[in-house]
Design a protein around this ligand. Structure first.
Ligand SMILES: [Zn+2]
Length: 96
């Protein structure tokens, strides 16, 4: 008997939600769909990011800070570049 009551309540709630959903304008449905889609994509990306955190790409970034050259815009590791008058350059040639 208890199970039947729970099922009846669930059916009523489900029906009410369905009725509400039917009355929503299509724009709202699209918006909700987009939100759920983004949330799913975000969760997927987070999961993948956590899985590959021990990978090769993180290590190369962790080995040094990448900075853009003030002359040509090339990104070079901080220890490989040249600092001159407050700017960072990829090589001594560009620092002149
Ligand atoms: Zn340069």
């Amino acid at each position: 008997m208890k199970l039947f009551v729970i099922l009846a309540v669930l059916a009523l709630v489900g029906f009410a939600l369905w009725q509400k959903w039917r009355r929503l304008p299509p724009q709202t449905k699209q918006l909700l769909g987009a939100i759920f889609g983004m949330a799913g994509a975000y969760r997927q990306a987070k999961k993948q990011g956590a899985g590959s955190s021990a990978g090769q790409s993180r290590k190369t970034v962790a080995s040094g800070l990448m900075l853009p050259c003030a002359q040509c815009g090339l990104h070079v590791l901080e220890q490989d570049g040249v600092r001159a008058s407050g700017e960072f350059y990829c090589c001594a040639e560009h620092a002149r």
